[in-house]
Design a protein around this ligand. Sequence first.
Ligand SMILES: [Zn+2]
Ligand SMILES: [Zn+2]
Length: 259
Amino acid sequence: MHPSTHVTHIPEIGLTDVLVQVKMASICGTDLHIYEWDDWAKATVHVPMVIGHEFVGEIVSVGSNVSDFHPGEIVSGEGHVVCGRCRNCLAGRRHLCAHTRGVGVNRAGAFAEYIVLPMSNIWRHSAKVDLEIAAIFDPFGNAVHTALSFPVLGEDVLITGAGPIGIMAAAVVRHALANSLIPVLTVLGLQFGALLSGSIITETIFSWPGIGRLTVQAIDARDYPLVQGCILFIALCTVTVNLATDLLYARLDPRIRYE
Ligand SMILES: [Zn+2]
Ligand SMILES: [Zn+2]
């Protein structure tokens, strides 16, 4: 059975839960798998299911044991609800909980007017953050974690893959004072707005009159020109692979439009 539209009631909340009215949601690759109803989705998602897990909303009410959150606050939710009682949870390794339930996958998600989450999954937003940005808090967390897994201060950084998370990682690395940054800009990356994540310097490596030119792009590169030995070599190899993948993907799936 393919997921379809259906009506649910405003969910009830438990003692430690928070009820959030969803204001804006974004679409994750996970949602596309479910939309396609591929083998993974068929084996994982039990319908009917409210899908979606990237969102921002306003707290409507809280359970009687919740004292840190209040109605009216703008929040997002972390998309993995863990048991809190198993060996890994008790050791602080909640990401390894064997009883994890994915929001919008194994339990009701955010493509609805209301969502309920345990208070431990709720994250409050600064009022300065636009809702469009707050709605992609979840993948942004992924980018921050990934980018800061490396000591980037003063380093030359190569980011292969300029999808949404790659672009966000470029912004994070730039903020963390990397020396020079070479994101491999792909067709889809450019459509996603990769040029917006920093001031891009473009340098032509080779030029074939009447045919085209080969360029490398970098953000805030201090040692210009950019031809930097093996970094360039890796970048060119990767851009070739990524371009082929992107072109193939875009051709196979005409719904992929990111204007
Ligand atoms: Zn996601
Ligand atoms: Zn657990």
